[in-house]
Design a protein around this ligand. Structure first.
Ligand code: ZN
Ligand code: ZN
Length: 344
């Protein structure tokens, strides 16, 4: 079969590999659509601390079950499925506290085991027992189902930060994740959503997903502008979905009293953000980190897309054959694509 195999940092090859065998407690799927995620691109160029080489990447996975191991009773051949890449151990301290996305032994297809950038993929016993497989309804496309993965993280973030009715929400960074944040904040009842971004192309995108105000932070001071828009009050929820320490600093400065600031995007290792802790102290700000999602949040995100309330097709701007993954990376990096979905 054809697969996109990462042999080391910056060494991605489209090549012929052996089609994996399906064990008795496993499923084999024909991968139908798989998302190209920002984290895949980072891993392709820089590697990943948990990856084993050579590895087939791809963690936003959908496909058809083509083989069912003799020991598997819950699934049938021909089922269309979405496969969540979060497979916790249920045994470590984090899992015992219910924080599955913080699992210390997380199995991740596309990082620790082969993922979906291939024609076929084995759904291991671990995934079947401790991951999450969701059957895709007939009226839902594979491409839309793929959006469940990025949405899950966004959904979990806004649920944990309690984005709610009446909030002014600022989203800093409007790549695909930022756009999902904008649309979801509106669905959760925000009265005002403000997008902050340095790229004009991405700001236009933010408008399309329902941002009420657009601030180009290259041209104007986002803190002053948010204060102006909110009558000097600030925003109740600020989500920094980008790798900039300046944006993190600004997020704190534009928060309303008792506001919540979420660091959704990681910054370069070793880079520190300078913050005025008096703002945190006197204004009783809450600083939250966000990473990942749990099974229930994943399921609810899938249901939100399946219901049509969140129009996933608006995000999928490019569907390309797997062999054109390099073109997909360029389209994503230039900001021309919102979401690239690959078809192996
Ligand atoms: Zn992803
Ligand atoms: Zn665990």
């Amino acid at each position: 079969m054809i697969a996109a195999v990462l042999h080391g940092p910056n060494d991605l090859r489209i090549e012929e590999v052996k089609t994996p065998a399906c064990g008795q407690d496993e499923l084999l799927i024909r991968v139908k659509a798989v998302g190209l995620c920002g984290s895949d691109i980072r891993t392709i160029f820089n590697g990943h601390k948990r990856i084993t080489y050579p590895q087939i990447l791809g963690h936003e996975i959908t496909g058809d079950i083509v083989k069912v191991g003799s020991g598997v009773t819950k699934y049938q051949e021909g089922q269309r499925i979405y496969v969540s890449p979060t497979v916790p151990c249920f045994d470590c301290a984090a899992c015992k506290n219910g924080w599955y996305c913080q699992c210390e032994n997380l199995t991740v297809p596309g990082t620790t085991i082969p993922g979906g950038f291939a024609e076929y993929m084995v759904i291991t016993k671990d995934i079947i027992e401790r991951g999450q497989i969701i059957p895709i309804p007939d009226n839902m496309s594979y491409e839309n189902a793929v959006m469940t993965e990025p949405l899950s993280s966004v959904y979990a973030c806004q649920e944990n930060a309690d984005v709610t009715l009446g909030d002014t929400v600022v989203v800093i960074g409007t790549g695909p994740i930022g756009c999902l944040h904008i649309e979801l904040a509106r669905l959760r009842g925000a009265i005002r959503v403000i997008a902050v971004e340095q790229s004009e192309v991405r700001l236009k995108m933010a408008k399309q997903f329902g941002a009420d105000y657009l601030i180009n932070s290259k041209n104007e001071d986002p803190v002053a502008r948010v204060k102006e828009i909110t009558g000097n009050w600030g925003a109740e929820k600020i989500i920094s979905a980008n790798p900039s320490t300046d944006a993190q600093k600004q997020a704190i400065e534009m928060a309303a009293k008792r506001g919540k600031v979420v660091f959704f995007g990681g910054v370069a290792p070793g880079k520190l953000t300078e913050i005025d802790t008096n703002l945190v102290h006197y204004n009783q700000l809450m600083l939250l980190g966000h990473f990942g999602y749990d099974h229930l949040q994943n399921y609810k995100s899938f249901a939100l897309i399946a219901s049509g309330r969140l129009a996933a097709e608006k995000y999928v701007t490019h569907v390309l054959p797997l062999a054109e993954i390099k073109k997909g990376i360029e389209l994503t990096q230039s900001g021309e694509a919102i979401k690239v979905v690959l078809q192996p």
